[in-house]
Design a protein around this ligand. Structure first.
Ligand SMILES: NC(=O)c1ccc[n+]([C@@H]2O[C@H](COP(=O)([O-])OP(=O)(O)OC[C@H]3O[C@@H](n4cnc5c(N)ncnc54)[C@H](OP(=O)(O)O)[C@@H]3O)[C@@H](O)[C@H]2O)c1
Length: 429
């Protein structure tokens, strides 16, 4: 074993960074044996230096992250600050000054992954980010390495623990969205500003990363169709239950049937209770990967939290350190397929539509005609009448999103349709 240690600069020492530092210290001997050289924490950049940080020697703490990554003797920079800047500049500066980088920053990777990979390649360095998607769950490495000889056709999963906690609460208690969110906030599952989670920005960033790696194609954040879950109601859950379904916020990345294009989307969807994703409870994450040769694979585990996320960071750290000792780099960006990303209108799936209609003869026929005119075939219809008004629940066969949008637009123009109460996609069948 080499005795000279590999030097690690830790950028950020919050929820994730503090756990990375703790595991680096408590597992130092094991890490050294696995890597073939000891790893040494050479500096820790933070914003508030006076904060007490257990187990971190005060002399290692600095507020000057730029000087730390420019030192020239750093082997690996672990970026767990989050956000776009200064993280982006610090990472590119690290490459330019000879370090490889491990990051947990999904927002940055989804937005600027291509440029960061190019910078890593230019300087012959590694960029690893297992922790950026689904916390502790190994997903990036299986896609990038284990399935490198297979053809991935679909990635479908729950990649945000906060929203899964909220939806699970609504499902199990009958609570409305706000009540479930309040509980998630009180228990620390939701941040004070939950926008990134509930409006699905976080899940969209993860979908962009997964689609890019799975399909060997650059998928930008803007390519991902995004719909949050703030409008899911207790009534939607009652409807879902009547169909033997529950509701999950899903990230879905698919290759088209002819293989010539891909789509990536994030939205709430009904899935059958018999689907394995339906039983993913609380803040857990789970991702299905479907590929030509392997068939269906499911990855399940804690998608966030300090220690679980640090586990993924440490796994990357070991891999990057090994590469470094071997004078090699691991796999970089693979975007050779360069498939076009199709718009949401071309996505084909099933729909559950709930309409408020006038309770009089002929309404059902009128509604059915609109569906037929737009080429959307109806699977089932359920009608409940009350005091001259009725609710009509239509479940369709598979149709394109564009056809469904056209149908809904035409339905809204019917005098007998008082309103479209909800539209939800039905997945996983
Ligand atoms: N938390 C999770 O469960 C989780 C899961 C998966 C991925 N991630 C990702 O991991 C990253 C870190 O998340 P986190 O939850 O650990 O965040 P956090 O608790 O807010 O910690 C951020 C850390 O960065 C430091 N920092 C902020 N701005 C800085 C600057 N300009 N210069 C130097 N240091 C700065 C902060 O310093 P102070 O301590 O002085 O404030 C803090 O130590 C993010 O990219 C996040 O998306 C987090």
């Amino acid at each position: 074993m080499r005795t000279r240690p590999l030097k690690v600069a830790l950028l950020g020492c919050g929820v994730v960074g503090s756990e990375v530092a703790r595991i680096m210290t408590t597992h130092a001997d094991d890490l050294a044996a696995r890597i073939g050289a000891p790893v040494e924490l050479a500096g820790v950049a933070v914003r508030r230096p006076s904060r007490v940080r257990e187990g971190i020697p005060a002399e290692l703490v600095t507020t000057d992250a730029t000087a730390l990554v420019k030192r020239g003797d750093i082997d690996v920079v672990v970026e767990v600050i989050g956000g776009i800047e200064p993280a982006r500049t610090l990472i590119t500066t690290a490459f330019a000054h000879g370090a490889s980088v491990v990051s947990a920053n999904k927002a940055l990777l989804a937005q600027d992954g291509a440029a960061l990979h190019a910078a890593a390649e230019e300087h012959g360095k590694d960029l690893y980010y297992e922790a950026a998607v689904a916390g502790a769950i190994p997903l990036i490495r299986p896609l990038r390495e284990s399935l490198a000889g297979d053809k991935v056709n679909r990635v479908l999963g729950i990649v945000n623990g906060t929203t899964n906690f909220i939806l699970d609460k609504m499902d199990s208690t009958g609570a409305g969205y706000q009540e479930a969110l309040d509980e998630a906030t009180a228990l620390g599952y939701a941040e004070a500003d939950p926008t990134a989670d509930v409006e699905a920005f976080d899940a969209a960033a993860k979908a962009a990363i997964l689609a890019g790696i799975g399909f060997h194609t650059r998928v930008r954040l803007d390519d991902v169709y995004r719909e949050g879950m703030t409008e899911v109601t207790a009534a939607d859950f009652r409807s879902a239950k009547e169909m033997g379904c529950t509701i999950k916020l899903l990230a879905i990345c698919e290759r088209s049937k002819d293989g010539a294009s891909v789509t990536a989307r994030v939205h709430p969807a009904m899935i059958p209770l018999t689907h394995p994703l339906a039983s993913v409870r609380g803040a857990y994450n789970a991702v299905f990967v479907e590929s030509d040769a392997a068939g269906q694979l499911m990855f399940y585990g804690p998608g966030a939290g300090g220690a679980p996320t640090a586990s993924a960071v440490l796994g990357d750290l070991v891999a990057v350190c090994r590469n470094r000792l071997n004078g090699a780099t691991g796999p970089g960006e693979s975007a050779y397929a360069a498939l076009p990303v199709s718009p949401m209108g071309e996505v084909v799936t099933r729909y559950h539509i709930s309409l408020d209609v006038a309770d009089k003869p002929g309404v059902l026929a009128q509604v059915a005609t609109v569906f037929a005119e737009h080429g959307v075939s109806i699977d089932t219809v359920r009608q409940q009448g009350k005091d001259g008004e009725a609710s009509l629940v239509v479940v369709t066969h598979r149709a394109s999103d564009a056809s469904l949008s056209g149908t809904v637009e035409a339905l809204r123009k019917l005098d007998t349709v008082r309103g479209v109460a909800s539209i939800m996609r039905v997945e996983g069948e």
